[in-house]
Each structure stands twice: as C-alpha cells, then as structure tokens.
Design a protein around this ligand. Structure first.
Ligand code: BG6
Length: 484
C-alpha cells in the first residue's frame, strides 16, 4: 500500500502556514527528509491559481527562511509539489474541487492539517467526510487552541471524533517538538544518575518560564479573548510540566508516554477561590522599552473587545498531589513584552542540611537548568573549590554543560519540522491525546473561575521587565526566588 502522503493545509495562506508550516516543509525537503510527502495542497478563501500561490510561497519563504538556507534546487523540487485550492469551509462543492487535486491513482494517505479558526474544525471534518475526501487511511492534525474552555474543547473533539478515530487525530502543541523538550526525556530516563533524585526528597522546587519579547503582533483581537493563561499555560507550559513530572513510562510508545502525562494532569491541585491570591498573579504590560526601543502598552495598541480583562502575563504556584511531588512547588510564569526572550525549566535541588564551608547552606543548591530557547542548552550548576593553595573554605559555582553539539550541522530543526514529519509518519508520541487536552482545560477553567469569583486584579508591568512585582513576591513569600 502506498504510504506517501498528500498533505492538505486548511488555512494554507494564513500566518501559521506562511511563517511556520511551509518553511518547515521546505527544510524537510532540503534535508532529504520529505520523501514521503507527495503533494502539498494549501487551501484558502482567496481566489488564486496554483501558479500565483507558488509565486507567493517563493516570496514568503525567502522572507521567513534564514538566508543561508535558501536553495534554488530545493525550491524547484519543492515548488512542483505545491498546489492551491480555493475553498470556503462551508461550501460542499469546494470539497469536490479539492478532491480533484488529490492523487486517486497511487492513493497516498491523506493528511489534513487544520490551521483555521477552531470553530471551523467540526464543519471541515464533516465536509471532508460527506464529500468523500477523507477515507479510513486519512489523518487530521489540529492546531491549538482547541476551544477556549472545557466545554468548547469537548465540542470540537466530539465533532472531529465523528469523522476521525483518535489514532488518526494529531493535536499539536509545538512545544513538544522542541529539541530540548525531547532531551528532557533523555535526561530523565537515560541517566540513572538523576532518577533517584527526581522527587520531593531531593528537589526543592521547579520553575518553568516562557518569556517573550514580542507583544500581540497583530493578533490583538484573538489575544484579547484569550489571555496568557489560555494561550500559553493551558497547553505549552502544562505540556512541559507533564514531561518534567511524569513517572517513567513502561516504554516510549505513544500510549505509555501519554498515560503517564495524563496521570500528572489528573494530580494537579486545583486552584480555588480560597488560595487564588497566594497562588496566582495576573499582569498586563503597560508602555515601556524593549532593547532600548519604546513600545506601547497592550491597551494602547488597538481597540480590542474585552481587552481590559485580558492578562498578558501570568505566574502560578502549582502543586502536584502525588507521592513523588507532594510539597514541591512548581512555579510557572509566562508573559509578553518581557525583558528577554527565553524559555527554560529549572530544577532546583535542596540545599545541604548544614554547610561545612564558608558559604551559607542556602547558597549551595544544585540546579539543573534546561533552556529551550533561544539557545538549546542543559547546564548543571555545581560547586567547587577555588583552585590554588587556599583550603577551599569558600566554594565557587561551576557550570557543567550537558549540551551536545558534536553533530551540530548548523541547522537546528524547528519544532514544526519534527511534528510535521511525525504526522507524516503517523507517530503520535509528541501529540496530545484527547483526554490530556480536556484534563488541561478542566484545571485551567478552575483558575479562571477562581479569578472571577475572587475578582483577581490584573497588575500592570512595564514592557521590558520580568512582570509585575507580585510575581517576585510569589516566590519570595516562600523564601525562594526566580532563577534569572
Ligand atoms: C503560540 C502562542 O502558541 O506560541 C503565541 O499562541 C506565542 O502567543 C507562541 O507567541 C510562542 O511560541 P515560541 O515557539 O515562539 O516560543
């Protein structure tokens, strides 16, 4: 049976497709990893023929690919696989036209990538089915956000499930495709050294930060309805948290890994009106400066509906009620227009019971710092005697780099390259299962409820800072501090 893939992108001229998907597909071609991709059919509402679409794709690729990655020969082969189909998600006749672009003779697998408004996912799946465009070998990839709360997420999942089996449904969270998130599995389960220490006996706290310099970038009206908790925590931060906190799976199969992640999500302590004040901070950027350039505040950037109830920053103190993690706070924070762009996970180990050195015991905490971006590094912070004849009464910090760049080809694969490749090969390991996304919404909804009930204020922070002062207080009240 033909195991090549015809990839159909709904929202094929949209932002995600232009900035991420097409560049990722080009890169896969460049690295000779796309031999299974037969055709790429972008669909969109705009009237356009394939030749015009190819011209636009050429311009966009040159804009969004690093200049050194551009390759005319690759483009020639890649562009020959690109097609455009004009499609209105509601119009049954357009699906018949779409079917015309698909290869019926060699019958490759049909992979539908939905990067439109999620409210259209149900309609698109239904139409694909009724129009005979999808078949039992088809797969569907769903971009986030999957709804804006548990109910809307369930509704979308239900509609999609009416057409595609769970084994054929790939829910994307691009953070799971990042190299260092992968490496977390390797660190945790490939190194017996860390295994006995990965629990509440040895770990004092865990911090997960995703800080962005960018603002809402023309997505203000979407963002005003969404906010940082729904846009980032419900998915990216929680997914990273599950990989940090999960039990060792029986094996690295999609089911086993996702079963373990699911147990973590079920063990998250719900934040309620009683503890929302101590456990959460909401912020919104006011005017400030990023890298010396003045930038406006969120509310001054546009007239967005409901913007005054939107947070662009959130910090949380999360508890996991299981034997491994009870009592260990997981501090999460994410925000737009922060001082620097970086994403990292910090595992801070407990301080020694007493110090034998001039350093205070509280200074001697080992940390494992796993940086996801902009660089991909893993660093173990340890302490060492200062070299020389001194007795070594005062120890100095020494960083052990666990980053392997020995086979660094100069190209660090974007998360979308990996995830597209996995979807093409039918590997669900790095995609979210239905119960995972729903459990993440259930937990997130409880925070939104608690915010409403408690009337939790949104604190201002100047663009270009690390968020409102209350975020510093969140860790300081526990006698800890954010790792900077
Ligand atoms: C998206 C969010 O899912 O992730 C954006 O909707 C955010 O608001 C983006 O900017 C961050 O992704 P990355 O890979 O740049 O950290």
């Amino acid at each position: 049976m033909n195991d090549k893939v015809d990839l159909v992108i709904f929202g094929g001229t949209g932002d995600l497709s232009t900035r991420k998907l097409l560049p990722a597909l080009f890169q896969l071609h460049r690295h000779q990893l796309a031999d299974k991709v037969h055709r790429i059919i972008a669909t969109g509402r705009g009237e356009m023929d394939t030749a015009t679409f190819r011209k636009e794709a050429l311009q966009n690729l040159k804009k969004f690919l690093p200049a050194q990655d551009w390759d005319e020969d690759v483009w020639r082969v890649f562009s020959a696989s690109l097609y455009y189909a004009n499609l209105d998600a509601d119009a049954a006749s357009d699906y018949a036209q779409l079917a015309g672009f698909l290869d019926h003779d060699s019958a490759p697998i049909r992979l539908f990538y939905l990067a439109t408004l999620p409210s259209l996912y149900g309609t698109i799946c239904r139409q694909l089915h009724h129009g005979g465009v999808s078949n039992e070998r088809s797969r569907v990839v769903l971009e986030k956000p999957l709804g804006h709360d548990l109910d809307s997420c369930r509704e979308i999942n239900e509609q999609v499930a009416g057409v595609f089996a769970e084994e054929a449904t790939f829910r994307i969270d691009h953070y799971l495709g990042k190299e260092t998130v992968q490496n977390l599995l390797a660190i945790r389960f490939g190194n017996p050294l860390f295994q006995p220490m990965w629990n509440n006996t040895f770990v004092d706290n865990v911090q997960i930060t995703v800080a962005e310099e960018i603002g809402v970038e023309g997505r203000g009206s979407y963002y005003a309805q969404t906010g940082a908790l729904r846009d980032m925590v419900q998915n990216h931060l929680l997914q990273v948290l599950t990989i940090v906190a999960m039990e060792p799976p029986a094996s690295l199969t999609p089911t086993n890994i996702r079963d373990e992640k699911m147990k973590v999500l079920r063990s998250l302590e719900h934040i309620t009106v009683d503890d929302v004040k101590e456990r959460t901070v909401r912020g919104r950027y006011a005017a400030g400066a990023i890298r010396g350039e003045a930038v406006p505040g969120f509310l001054d950037e546009g007239e967005y509906k409901d913007a005054d109830s939107t947070e662009t920053f959130v910090a949380l103190k999360v508890g996991i009620a299981n034997w491994r993690w009870a009592g260990v706070p997981f501090y999460l924070r994410t925000g737009k227009r922060m001082a620097r762009r970086f994403s990292e996970v910090v595992i801070e180990f407990r301080a020694p019971a007493i110090s034998l050195f001039a350093n205070d015991a509280s200074e001697l905490t080992n940390k494992l710092v796993i940086r996801l971006q902009p660089e991909e590094t893993i660093t173990l912070h340890t302490f060492n005697k200062k070299p020389g004849l001194g007795r070594g009464r005062r120890l100095k910090p020494v960083e052990l780099q666990l980053t392997d760049d020995s086979d660094n080809t100069g190209h660090s694969h974007d998360a979308y390259e990996r995830l597209l490749l996995d979807a093409v090969h039918g590997d669900q390991t790095l995609f979210m299962r239905r119960d995972e996304v729903e459990a993440a919404w259930l937990w997130t909804d409880s925070i939104i409820e608690a915010w409403k009930e408690a009337g939790t204020p949104i604190k201002a922070y100047n663009a270009g800072t690390m968020g409102p002062g209350a975020a510093t207080a969140l860790t300081a009240l526990d006698g800890r501090s954010w790792y900077e």
